[in-house]
Design a protein around this ligand. Structure first.
Ligand code: 13P
Ligand code: SF4
Length: 310
């Protein structure tokens, strides 16, 4: 079946089921183009919170669809490929966090969990953050309790650097962003001396230190639009290039290839395809099903974030 026939069927099924299609900026271009809304984790969480549709089709990875389900426990939330995971999520299993907290009960940690984690981790957190609001949220937290930040050590360190507040930081990371190196950025700087370097906070410190600006995927769009520069080296997953080129058409965006992979792609994000999206809408499967107890426990820190980040 051609892409256009698939798209037509998807739009018809979407209408039939009163569904909304939410897509992350790392999704395949053809999925971004037909989605009702494309954004970063934070914008997608707000969108999931406010939607009146009966069905949410989440084109992203598992933890993002889980987030939509936590905010809409009564709704059907579909993820076109249930195997779409996240290496950062995997770097902090819920049981390991539970053991750590048990072993350090005396510390009475205030647990800040980056949204890239499982519902089991969210359920143990006091507040959730995204890359778009981490510093803003942490700046508002009680100063009389030590903070444990999980799972991304790069994002945690970046927040710590900005706020000057020391935190205990989990040693997790994203395999895509960890591939970017200072050597590679220096080479690109040589090749494009007038370009601004914009990186995601999940990048290692050596890369962040060479960047002109560090921000979430969504903020990259506003930053590049408003900057007086014409050329940008974008250091994150390549899917965002499609959006940047669409929304800021008068500027040039250079992607960043990595040592192991010439594409800086998140394989998990690319698991969703038009065909799987069509099948999900046709069968109303695969859907996100989560234990009631975890849904309730994870909702409080997530809603706290949405309040603190307004
Ligand atoms: P954003 O919060 O910028 O959408 O990032 C999500 C993500 O998975 C980055 O790798
Ligand atoms: Fe997870 Fe990294 Fe993929 Fe983002 S890019 S979804 S952090 S594996």
């Amino acid at each position: 079946m051609s892409d256009s026939a698939l798209i037509e069927e998807i739009l018809q099924l979407k209408h039939q089921h009163n569904a909304i299609i939410l897509a992350h900026s790392y999704q395949r271009p053809e999925i971004q183009d037909l989605a009702d809304f494309v954004g970063d984790s934070l914008a997608l969480a707000y969108k999931a919170q406010e939607t009146t549709s009966d069905v949410i089709v989440f084109c992203g990875v598992h933890f993002m669809a889980e987030t939509a389900k936590i905010l809409n426990p009564q709704k059907r939330v579909l993820l076109p490929d249930l195997e779409a995971g996240c290496s950062l999520e995997a770097s902090c299993p819920a049981e390991s966090l539970a053991q750590f907290l048990e072993a350090h009960q005396d510390k009475n940690y205030y647990v800040v969990a980056y949204i890239n984690c499982s519902i089991g981790v969210k359920a143990q957190a006091d507040v959730i953050v995204t890359s778009g609001n981490a510093a803003k949220v942490v700046a508002q937290l009680p100063s009389d309790r030590p903070i444990l930040f999980v799972p991304d050590h790069n994002l945690g360190n970046w927040v710590q650097e900005q706020l000057g507040r020391s935190m205990e930081i989990w040693n997790g990371a994203c395999h895509v962003h960890m591939e970017f190196t200072a050597h590679q950025i220096l080479e690109l700087k040589d090749r494009y001396p007038d370009a601004e370097i914009v990186c995601h906070p999940e990048c290692p410190k050596e890369v962040r230190d060479l960047s002109h600006h560090i921000c979430s995927t969504e903020k990259m769009i506003a930053y590049c639009r408003e900057s007086s520069k014409k050329t940008f080296i974008i250091v994150t997953e390549s899917g965002i290039l499609h959006r940047l080129r669409q929304l800021v058409p008068d500027k040039e965006f250079i992607g960043t290839t990595t040592a192991q992979c010439t594409c800086s792609e998140c394989g998990y994000m690319k698991m969703n395809t038009l065909e799987k999206l069509r099948n999900a809408l046709k069968n109303l499967e695969p859907s996100i099903e989560l234990p009631e107890e975890l849904l309730q426990k994870a909702a409080a820190p997530l809603r706290r974030m949405l309040e603190l980040s307004k």
